[in-house]
Design a protein around this ligand. Structure first.
Ligand SMILES: N[C@@H](CCC[C@H](N)C(=O)O)C(=O)O
Length: 316
């Protein structure tokens, strides 16, 4: 079969995005498609696969997200922006509630972060800090800025379910080797965290008047990525909850791939505004039974969008 897709990114977190509203494939075929299309050594590559899916009475459309290892995540907030953009374009709308695996998100087209950079704001929540919701098998009900017994790190973490699981720690300076070692440990699905988790090291930057964070994330099912939207949202909530930034204050959240603007409320809702950049469109032959890909055909390129994003990065 032919699979048509858009190669997109949110803050450098990149994905093939498929309009799957009329595609009914067996579950294992989606896993095979994610592994094949997101394979960095394959013809497309990405941090995972996004599917625009059918909505229901309360949702104009939905999104499913598969990591590059084929595991399906509860959410992906960089991905929601890209998927919402495709949904908006296909349905001729500018805002929607987006149905996710176990929750939903509000998405709305926003004024551009920079000229030519399509920008979407998403709101999610309430997020949970219950250890059980994060998948931590510990006696404590919550982990807020505290060490986690059994984790091979003495750092203080805040555990947040977005609803996908996040462990956030605030550091003076991100040590990538330390982050990767801890992320790898979580990837082995230890008894402490059997469903694994996304791990973020976060630097608090900026000033009281203009708070900023820098977030570096080791993603479950992927590894180090340029950025992770749900991690930036979890980090913003964790920073506000632990008094590092104010609640309800827009905060610039930097990452390896760019920047979003985020804020968190005391009621545990988190808003993120960031880019949804479409770089090119392609189609590829896919065998659902074996997962084999055929030849790739690029059907459209979007150099203006790529240039607009690069222009914004240059100005950061
Ligand atoms: N990059 C995403 C999160 C993708 C899912 C994550 N790796 C998980 O398994 O929970 C984002 O932008 O939120």
């Amino acid at each position: 079969m032919q699979i048509a897709f858009v190669k997109c990114h949110g803050s450098g977190n990149d994905f093939p995005l498929v309009d799957a509203r009329a595609l009914d494939l067996p579950e294992d075929a989606w896993v095979r498609l994610a592994r094949a299309l997101a394979d960095r050594n394959g013809p497309v590559g990405g941090d995972g696969l996004l599917l625009l899916t059918r909505g229901d009475d309360g949702h104009a459309f939905g999104m499913r997200m598969f990591n590059s290892d084929g595991s399906e995540a509860e959410t992906c907030l960089n991905g929601v922006r890209c998927t919402a953009r495709l949904g908006f374009e296909r349905l001729g709308i500018a805002d929607a509630r987006v149905l996710l695996k176990t929750s939903d998100a509000e998405a709305r087209l926003q004024p551009e972060l920079a000229p030519g950079v399509t920008t979407i704001r998403t709101r999610v929540g309430p997020v949970s800090t219950l250890a059980a919701d994060v998948g931590l098998r510990i006696a404590e009900a919550e982990v807020i800025d505290a060490p986690i017994a059994g984790l091979p790190s003495a750092r203080a973490f805040t555990a947040v379910a977005m609803p996908n699981p996040h462990l956030v720690t605030f550091v003076d300076q991100v040590d990538e080797a330390e982050l990767v070692a801890l992320g790898d440990w979580c990837e082995a699905a230890p008894a402490l965290l059997p469903a694994r988790g996304n791990v973020s090291f976060v630097e608090v930057r900026g000033s009281e008047d203009a708070p900023a964070l820098f977030v570096r994330t080791y993603e479950r099912g992927v590894g180090l990525t340029n950025s992770c939207g749900s991690a930036m949202a979890a980090s913003t909530y964790a920073a506000a909850r632990t008094g590092r930034i104010p609640f309800d204050r827009e905060t610039r959240v930097f990452n390896r791939g760019g920047m979003v603007r985020a804020s968190a409320t005391e009621a545990a809702e988190v808003t993120i505004a960031g880019n949804a950049t479409f770089e090119w469109e392609g189609r590829i032959e896919f065998d659902p039974a074996s997962g084999a890909l055929g030849a790739l055909e690029v059907v459209a390129r979007r150099p203006d969008e790529i240039a607009a994003w690069e222009g914004m990065l240059a100005g950061l």
